[in-house]
Ligand binder design. Structure first.
Ligand SMILES: [Zn+2]
Ligand SMILES: [Zn+2]
Length: 256
């Protein structure tokens, strides 16, 4: 195999060039340069680094092949392919690649992080406590912005219903959708809503699922109470319709 001369190689290696860098500025390939180094018994940047790393390893440290920074083992990802079981580049240098991978594998990323959180509940607790202590003002402002009166009453209601043994779950967004569906009005009399009704009452085995929730006014709510099945036609609607019927009869009987 053709190879660079010993003098050529020594000249390049003295400049601290790696085999790849030598290949970039000469007519030789990396394989040829590597071959030459082995034949002449020359130490390349790579063999230097390996020796250097071997010494560092005793102290639990390693030099990153990209940024040349000396870091402790926990600053390197695990890599079963390498001899020391760690990747050659540090986490800081690997981060852009990792972030890119994460954006293209969101499901895997989420599953992995949730799995880790489940396995390390104590560390999650400690981390969030520390984060809160470090960012108290910011966290308080964020919480204030998040906890609108609507959201607050949602959580109060949720806790109360949970205490009563309610099954199922309706998220805040789902509940808002239910309220919007009824136009923010009582589903029985169409007055402005004042509460959330369990159409099938919790006491009769009703659930917290969105389908069982509707906006209601307090007067209809107090009439309905725990009645199930609740027929709107026998109560409010019939009252309204009977009133309109009687007025209709009156107009007919007066003959106008
Ligand atoms: Zn690095
Ligand atoms: Zn009503």
């Amino acid at each position: 195999m053709s190879k660079p001369t010993k003098e050529e190689l020594e000249f390049w290696l003295d400049q601290g060039l790696s085999q790849t860098q030598i290949a970039e500025q000469s007519e030789f390939t990396v394989t040829q340069i590597n071959y030459g180094c082995r034949v002449y018994g020359l130490k390349t940047k790579w063999t230097h680094r390996n020796e250097y790393n071997r010494k560092l390893r005793v102290e639990g440290k390693k030099q990153c092949s990209k940024c040349d920074e000396i870091r402790s083992f926990n600053q390197f990802e695990n890599d079963p392919r390498s001899t020391d079981g760690l990747s050659s580049q540090c986490k800081v240098c690997r981060n852009p690649y990792f972030k890119n991978w994460q954006t293209h594998n969101r499901d895997k990323t989420r599953a992995a992080s949730q799995g880790w959180k489940k396995r390390n509940p104590d560390r999650v607790k400690a981390y969030s406590a520390r984060y809160y202590a470090d960012n108290k003002e910011e966290m308080r402002a964020k919480f204030k912005a998040y906890m609108t009166p609507e959201r607050n009453s949602y959580y109060l209601r949720l806790r109360r219903d949970r205490k009563r043994g309610a099954k199922g779950r309706c998220t805040f967004v789902q509940l808002q959708a239910r309220i919007d569906y009824y136009g923010g009005l009582c589903w029985i009399c169409k007055a402005p809503m004042e509460a959330i009704d369990h159409v099938k009452p919790l006491a009769k085995g009703g659930t917290e699922w969105p389908a069982n929730l509707r906006s209601i006014c307090t007067s209809c709510n107090s009439v309905k109470r725990d009645i199930w099945p609740y027929e709107t036609s026998t109560s409010t609607e019939s009252r309204i319709s009977s009133r309109s019927m009687s007025s209709l009869e009156k107009t007919i009987s007066t003959g106008s």
